[in-house]
Write a protein that binds this ligand. Structure first.
Ligand code: PSU
Ligand code: MN
Length: 302
């Protein structure tokens, strides 16, 4: 076992018993949702995964260890900590060596999941190529991780705060397949439609598992994006979210927000500008992704 990994009793038991495990990120807890909805949602998502016959492993950095699976108390502590560092690939060694509190992004969670031998990871939305990246160079490390680390990421697409077209181009260049579940269109997180197609549509977990298995058996390392549209009843109006996104982007620009602060700033402003309604959509889609991820983990396992 890797010296930096610390498994919770539940995850350790699942490993010993050979049960399917689903990784969950923690930046969504520390930087993506407000307290106490963040902790409440994290607990409910874990329970959905258990009810679907898999074992959840929420990942975070604490006391110099990569914690694979958090206790109730650890989840609660992370949920209202004000000093949790957003940890991507670049930050991982620093936060571990300094024994600081770290919440893992999609990129860092993929790295930790791979170290722990976990193949399926559920989140809300992945990072991507930001609008204006041709001058800012702002491309999320999540995309580079997908290019190299063999973990499947179940998400609800990418938010329109990003340049969705360029994000898909980037993934294509790096050989990362983008699969949609239930529709051919690539979803845009708050909405089921983005105006862009995924590469493939695969609805059945067993078929999805076979496809992913085949990729890795061919020695084609790197991730797979499984995009699962938000349930129609909880989706937002495209015109509304587009207007709010435009305003948030303008404010980020005017405020000189750069680097790792960009995504949390945009997420926070969108939540405020929708009067919290985007949070309900966010919670719904993460739970929906948990169901797909658990079914996939079971299929990949069998
Ligand atoms: N997109 C979302 N919700 C999120 C994030 C992205 O819709 O919570 C978080 C994830 O942890 C993701 C990170 O990995 O932001 C990407 O940050 P950046 O753009 O700085 O790479
Ligand atoms: Mn960035």
């Amino acid at each position: 076992m890797h010296q930096y990994l610390l498994f919770s009793p539940e995850v350790a038991a699942a490993r010993a018993a050979g049960k399917p495990i689903v990784a969950l990120e923690s930046t969504i807890i520390s930087h993506g949702m407000p307290y106490p909805q963040n902790v409440q949602t994290a607990r409910e998502v874990e329970q959905i995964i258990r009810d679907a016959g898999a074992v959840p492993a929420t990942i975070a950095i604490m006391d110099g260890k990569i914690c694979i699976g958090l206790s109730e108390q650890q989840l609660e502590m992370l949920g209202h900590a004000h000093d949790a560092i957003k940890v991507s690939r670049r930050d991982l060694a620093y936060v571990l060596a300094q024994k600081k509190l770290g919440a893992t992004t999609v990129a860092a969670t993929m790295i930790c999941a791979a170290l722990a031998g976990i193949k399926v990871f559920v989140t809300g939305g992945i990072g991507g190529v930001h609008r204006g990246a041709e001058t800012s160079f702002d491309i999320s490390a999540d995309l580079l991780e997908l290019a190299q680390t063999s973990v499947t990421v179940v998400c609800a697409g990418v938010k329109s705060i990003l340049d969705i077209g360029l994000t898909l181009e980037y993934l294509e260049t790096h050989g990362v397949p983008v699969v949609s579940v239930g529709q051919r269109e690539f979803p845009a997180f708050f909405t089921r439609e983005s105006g862009f197609l995924s590469d493939f549509q695969i609805d059945e977990p067993a078929e999805l598992a076979q496809f992913i298995q085949t990729k890795w058996e061919l020695g084609l390392q790197g991730g797979v994006v499984v995009s699962n549209p938000v349930p129609a009843a909880d989706a937002m109006e495209k015109t509304e979210i587009d207007a709010i996104t435009a305003q948030a982007l303008q404010e980020a620009d005017a405020g000189g927000i750069t680097g790792k602060a960009v995504t949390p700033f945009l997420l926070g402003r969108i939540k405020e500008l929708t009067g919290g309604r985007s949070l309900a959509t966010n919670i719904s889609l993460v739970k929906n992704n948990a169901r797909v991820g658990a079914a996939l983990a079971r299929s990949l396992h069998s």
